[in-house]
Write a protein that binds this ligand. Sequence first.
Ligand SMILES: Cc1cc2nc3c(=O)[nH]c(=O)nc-3n(C[C@H](O)[C@H](O)[C@H](O)COP(=O)(O)OP(=O)(O)OC[C@H]3O[C@@H](n4cnc5c(N)ncnc54)[C@H](O)[C@@H]3O)c2cc1C
Length: 460
Amino acid sequence: MTPAQDPRLVRELADVVGADHVLVDDDVTAGYRTDWTGRFTSPSSVVARPGETAEVAAVVDLCRASGVALVAQGGNTGLVGGGIPTQGEVVLSLRRLAGAHEVDGASGQVVVGAGTTIGAVHALAAEAGWAYGVDLASRDSATVGGTIATNAGGLRVLRYGDTRAQVMGVETVLGDGHTVTALTGLYRNNTGYHLPSLLCGSEGTLGVVTAARLRLVPRLRHRVTALLAFDTIDAALAAAALLRRAVVGLEAVELFLQAGLELVCSAGSLPRPFPDPHVAYLLVETAGQIEDRGELAAALESVPGIADAAVATDPARGRALWRYRETHTEAIGTVGTPHKLDLALPLPQLAPFLDRLPSLLAELAAGAQAWVFGHVADGNLHVNVTGVAPDDESIDDAVFRLVAELGGSVSAEHGIGTAKRRWVGLSRTEAELDPFRAIKRALDPAGILNPHALLPPATP
Ligand SMILES: Cc1cc2nc3c(=O)[nH]c(=O)nc-3n(C[C@H](O)[C@H](O)[C@H](O)COP(=O)(O)OP(=O)(O)OC[C@H]3O[C@@H](n4cnc5c(N)ncnc54)[C@H](O)[C@@H]3O)c2cc1C
């Protein structure tokens, strides 16, 4: 029996959230105990599903009083094991805290519950004549709370920034049990520390997010989507750099390679986009308020090395082109349980990294296969490695060390979770980690919020 399964705690949790919302049976809790990739799992746990902020605060209080840790969970689409109760923690599912509290069409802001999915935020924004700046392939399951906790990036960071750039206010239950409601809609409020920023990327270690005020962005009606083929990776990377400089309306520049394209076509029964195979592909999208194919067309004329291209100006064809990129994660899951290495590199180091990766993998594991794609215009690559046992971390270690050598980061957008905790030191110095630990102690003195994620223990 894990500490979370103590019958007294289970009874007390039921008193707070209602017996129907405390899940104990293994077959019912299974979906909360295993992550999206299947790599991170826990044998058993208890799930509490509060329906309002006061219940969240009461659950945090109960866990603190009982000395039992808890792991907040939203859509469970996280890819670094951060939302999984790996050491028998209580799972605090925020999914019932879904829906709009306020839609302010005049200011371009929404206040939503933490369990609202990103897809639902897009729908709310569209109804009010706006759009939401963060978009990712997991939009129909990933929640506002989870995207704040991981500071999710996604497909439009290039234009709108990551989640941190969208969050104007939060309501949160801190680890010490206090609820802080800071949901004002001031675009300017220069009065000291910024709690929403602190919670972005905190991975459920400082507070449980229960609601957020999000800024919206103009809804751009005209999109041009292009899939470009290249016969060398260098040509694709040079094109990404050129487009970034030349196209004001650029929203997305996504890279993938021939092996990934083959896989998504066979796993998703998609037609091949071009008659001949090529080495690398860029999925590029521009958006504007007036129809303007000219900007991208003119830029593409000056891009050397385009071996083939497909351009879409209607939404259905645009969505069809996006499928070649967006179904990568799903398709890779059909090959095996991947090691998902989400990396950031300085733009000039993308080519040297991609050059050195194959020989590095071949040296370590003959059967390893790398599937590489990513938000390349902002230096974010997703290296997914299959053919390696889920608990064999030698590949992760070697790839992260190469990334550090090239001046990159071991996480661009997925966070650290439990998966990358041992490598945080490659991207953060002890001098940086010490204040992180001090903040953790101040906001979660009992250390009950997601204690096994993100922060590594201090070196003695
Ligand atoms: C197909 C696919 C595509 C993806 N694409 C992208 C992408 O392009 N960009 C990107 O950044 N990520 C991407 N992801 C990863 C994932 O969707 C994001 O990390 C997302 O932000 C997780 O949200 P969630 O609600 O599912 O959080 P969960 O997985 O439930 O939790 C993630 C972390 O947040 C914490 N947490 C969750 N809710 C709260 C809360 N209310 N308060 C405090 N802490 C909380 C958890 O403890 C955990 O540490 C993708 C995932 C999939 C499966």
